[in-house]
Write a protein that binds this ligand. Structure first.
Ligand SMILES: Nc1ncnc2c1ncn2[C@@H]1O[C@H](COP(=O)(O)OP(=O)(O)OP(=O)(O)O)[C@@H](O)[C@H]1O
Ligand SMILES: [Mg+2]
Length: 233
């Protein structure tokens, strides 16, 4: 098993009667950043929700650091060390940035609230502002920061660049590269191909609920047919 942290094996997930995830398998090694790519509706979010057991797979297995996650509740998956930064960002609008962080602290994280403010100067400048006063980019940074203070061993991110201006996307990219340099394992869902391949080591391309391609990001850049058919870029 050595250094495989997350292992997804042949999961089948239904939403209502719809068979959305049709046998997806991939893995992430400790310290690796894996991009999960695909067009709208490919099943990216449902795959993340399957791992978190918000949409529990009907069959197949998800293993985290050798532990079978079947039967666990979502909060137990989080407690096992998997943080999920959802598209909705889920911050508290009536609390300040600092309060949003303090209530997310769990265990003794490598990222204390103070370290987060050191590493995220944009948030430090907004420390006492209310969540509702933040820009989209600042909300995204806060959502990532909230994940970090909860002592995760891996972070799942659902389209962190969505809806953000290019200059803000660059700030998010810099932040994710900083986390990568610190050794954080990440599963990065993105529609921004350039961003994803800048940050990730490997890519898993989903299409219609199945894995269509997997390999090094470098190789995906040259795989024109895969990009055209399954990514539309
Ligand atoms: N509650 C639901 N019931 C039935 N089908 C659903 C439900 N939610 C999503 N779907 C369908 O499941 C498929 C996969 O959706 P999912 O949100 O995982 O895709 P995605 O790759 O994250 O797409 P996007 O890029 O738009 O976020 C889509 O065809 C979607 O229409
Ligand atoms: Mg999605």
């Amino acid at each position: 098993m050595s250094d495989v942290l997350l292992k997804v094996e042949d999961i089948q997930t239904y939403l209502g009667d719809s068979h959305i995830i049709q046998g997806v398998s991939f893995e992430a090694r400790a310290g690796e950043v894996v991009a999960l790519l695909g067009r709208n509706g490919a099943g990216k979010t449902t795959t993340l929700r399957s791992i978190m057991r918000m949409a529990p797979p009907r069959s197949g297995a998800v293993t985290f650091d050798g532990r079978d996650l079947r039967g666990l509740r979502t909060y137990e998956v989080a407690r096992a060390g998997v943080a999920f930064v959802q598209e909705t960002r889920a911050i508290f609008p009536s609390l300040s940035v600092e309060e949003n962080l303090r209530i997310a602290v769990r265990g003794k994280s490598d990222w204390s609230v103070e370290r987060v403010f050191d590493d995220f100067p944009h948030l430090a400048a907004r420390r006492r502002n209310g969540g509702a006063q933040l820009s989209g980019g600042e909300q995204q940074m806060l959502a990532i920061a909230r994940a970090l203070v909860a002592s995760p061993r891996m972070i799942l991110l659902d389209e962190p660049s969505e809806g953000l201006a290019p200059i803000i996307v660059e700030q998010i990219a810099a932040l994710l590269l900083k986390l990568k340099a610190a050794g954080m394992t990440m599963l990065l869902v993105e529609q921004n191909f350039a961003l994803a391949t800048e940050i990730a080591d490997r890519a898993v391309v989903l299409g219609k609920g199945r894995v269509r391609w997997t390999g090094a990001c470098e190789d995906l850049k040259g795989a024109d047919d895969v990009r055209r058919t399954w990514l539309g870029v």
